[in-house]
Design a protein around this ligand. Structure first.
Ligand code: ADP
Ligand code: MG
Length: 322
């Protein structure tokens, strides 16, 4: 970057760095984060590239928010408590209008997801955004892909397929009514990584975000976040756990906006194979209460792979890759 790289960093990326775990933030050679006794560090990194992971004409604010939310979803999938994040940014030029808007999205996500921005790197090149997330897990505990067993229920949070439908709207492949179009686009750009649910599923307790009458949440036997599509990601649980997952397409939760699609099979194909929803897919011991905001969509049996009657062609395609 040009000589004023440091003024760019201080102008746009130094205001979101405070948090309970942050001992030292942007400005020195490393950031320093504090873990509580009995905790371990969980970390994950995700890169998004303009034109590959989001349309080039997207609002910079949305691009920033989505990059953080997508990365944070991996902490949710492990049940980790968010501590902070770093941002490696490659920019074609120091476009201050773009940076202002982008940094607003980063800041909004940092606040919403309790992930202070504690450091990063800024370089010149084709627009590329890399977010590393840092979280804390109690020693000896984590939600893994590999713990599911026959008899477990398979559940998902939220609704599926919205982000894929939103991308279709953005690319002009689907033209629903205005309110539905706006909802679906916003589900693509502003995913809600289920951090509180992940932590509750790890510990087996009440989801702090659930309504007051929500019952206790059982500790999940396995979990993954849905970034590549339900069939693919359920396939990762099946493979890691050495089990088969049988899904019922009729149980897949669809938003009102997506359920309004005139072709229900197309809506379900987005729900089953569309990436970028960043909901959680998890397994619960038989008989455990399904957490509020979540839906039971199938069951774990002995065997391998994923089945979804009526859509098995799609499932077979994904088995092939898993
Ligand atoms: P170094 O040369 O020691 O790697 P840099 O010049 O890359 O340091 O960065 C200076 C400071 O600014 C460091 O604390 C770094 O973490 C932070 N930083 C650089 N780029 C970003 C960014 N995009 N977002 C947040 N912090 C950043
Ligand atoms: Mg550096």
């Amino acid at each position: 970057m040009p000589a004023d790289e440091f003024s760019l960093i201080s102008r746009y990326f130094s205001a979101f760095g405070a948090g309970p775990a942050v001992a030292l933030s942007v400005g020195d050679d490393c950031a320093i984060l504090t873990l509580e006794p009995g905790e371990r560090l969980a970390t994950s990194v995700d890169t998004v590239v303009a034109g590959v992971h989001f349309p080039e004409e997207s609002l910079p604010e949305d691009v920033g928010y989505r990059a953080v939310a997508a990365a944070a979803s991996d902490l949710a999938a492990m049940g980790a408590r968010p501590l902070g994040m770093t941002l490696a940014l490659t920019l074609p030029e120091a476009d201050e209008l773009w940076l202002h808007s982008f940094s607003q999205g980063i800041g909004a996500a940092a606040k919403a997801l309790a992930l202070p921005l504690v450091g990063g790197d800024t370089t010149r090149g084709p627009l590329t955004i890399t977010v590393q997330v840092l979280g804390a897990l109690p020693t000896g505990k984590a939600l893994l892909r590999g713990g599911a067993g026959p008899g477990d229920a398979v559940c998902v949070s939220g609704t599926l397929g919205d982000a894929a439908a939103g991308l279709a709207v953005l690319e002009g492949r689907y033209r629903p009514a205005l309110a539905a179009a706006e909802y679906l686009e916003q589900r693509f750009f502003r995913p809600s990584p289920r951090l509180a649910l992940g932590m509750a599923l790890l510990r087996g307790e009440t989801d702090p975000e659930a309504p007051a009458d929500g019952g206790p949440v059982a500790a999940a036997s396995a979990a993954i976040d849905i970034s590549d599509g339900l069939l693919a990601d359920a396939g990762h649980i099946a493979a890691a756990s050495g089990v088969r997952i049988e899904l019922d397409a009729a149980l897949i939760p669809l938003s009102a906006a997506l359920a309004a699609h005139p072709d229900r099979d197309q809506a379900l194909r987005w729900a089953l194979t569309g990436g970028d929803d960043y909901e959680l897919c998890f397994c619960l011991p038989a008989g455990a209460a399904v957490p509020p905001g979540c839906t039971r969509i199938g069951e774990v049996v002995a065997g391998e792979g994923v089945s979804c009657p009526g859509f098995d062609g799609l499932a077979a395609g994904y088995n092939h890759f898993s």
